[in-house]
Design a protein around this ligand. Structure first.
Ligand code: ATP
Ligand code: MG
Length: 242
């Protein structure tokens, strides 16, 4: 069953077209990986879904409702939550207050402070600390927890693993598995191809604002992915040429 559908959506910043006509369908309970290099249009796509950016053309449907013109806070109320690139925590507030700030729009569901602390025990241990003093991985967990506090049906994650150590990335991805087990649909934007494909049911790869490759992770070869990702092959011959 389709939860989210984008039909011919384009994204612009002034005259710059960051996203070409994009069609996308995400099923309930699915994990969609959105891959692509710097500037490919990944965050723009998330902005169009969270409502930070309105498409110049096309339509966004969520639970069969046209939400193209709906404001971001009303989309949170409908169950769409974003974990933004760079986390954007309130550095001077405690971890717990940061988590509570995510509950200002609170839907019914299983997520609460206790449930988030159970998901991320290392966050529970830091609940009274100011968010600014946490490590990058801890902050990322708080950002995910804050988004969960609204009890979303669709969770959008922008580069969760960026700049973090492999051991923390593993913890965060394990948590994502538990979040989907609660019935939440995930859209995972990543430059970390391996990690994203390990959890995704379906993947799309953006290059210069277009989908240049899509499919189930098991059907995509390394070569296809690197070609789609960088716009050229990374084989020995291309190395020799550079
Ligand atoms: N606020 C903005 N104003 C103007 N141009 C922007 C803005 N945000 C993004 N862009 C441009 O739009 C294009 C797509 O950017 P976007 O942030 O969506 O890429 P991305 O795939 O998320 O990249 P990254 O991996 O670096 O986060 C880029 O050319 C970028 O420079
Ligand atoms: Mg981005």
């Amino acid at each position: 069953m389709t939860l989210l559908q984008l039909e011919g959506v384009t994204g612009y910043y002034g005259h710059l077209q960051a996203l070409q006509e994009l069609n996308l369908s995400v099923n309930r309970g699915e994990i969609l990986a959105v891959l692509g290099a710097n500037g490919a249009g990944k965050s723009t796509l998330l902005s169009l879904i969270s409502g930070e950016l309105h498409p110049r053309e096309g339509r966004v449907f969520y639970q069969d409702k046209d939400i193209t013109q709906l404001a971001p806070h009303l989309r949170v109320r409908e169950g769409i939550a974003l974990v933004p690139e760079g986390r954007h925590l309130f550095g001077t507030l405690s971890v717990e207050d940061n988590l509570r700030s995510g509950a200002s729009t609170r839907r019914r569901g299983t997520w609460s402070l206790d449930a988030v602390y159970e998901l991320f025990p290392f966050v529970a241990a830091r609940r009274k600390h100011r968010a600014a003093v946490l490590s990058g991985g801890e902050q990322q967990a708080v950002a995910i927890g804050r988004a969960l506090m609204s009890n979303p049906s669709l969770l959008l994650l922008d580069e969760v693993s960026l700049g973090l150590a492999p051991v923390i990335i593993r913890d965060l991805y394990a948590a994502l598995g538990r979040i989907t087990a609660e019935g939440t649909t995930l859209l995972v934007v990543e430059q970390n191809i391996t990690e994203a494909l390990s959890v995704a049911n379906y993947a799309i790869c953006l290059l210069e604002g277009r989908v240049v490759l899509e499919g189930k992770p098991e059907s995509l070869s390394q070569r296809e992915i690197s070609q789609a990702y960088f716009g050229h092959d990374l084989g020995p011959s291309s190395k020799a040429a550079s």
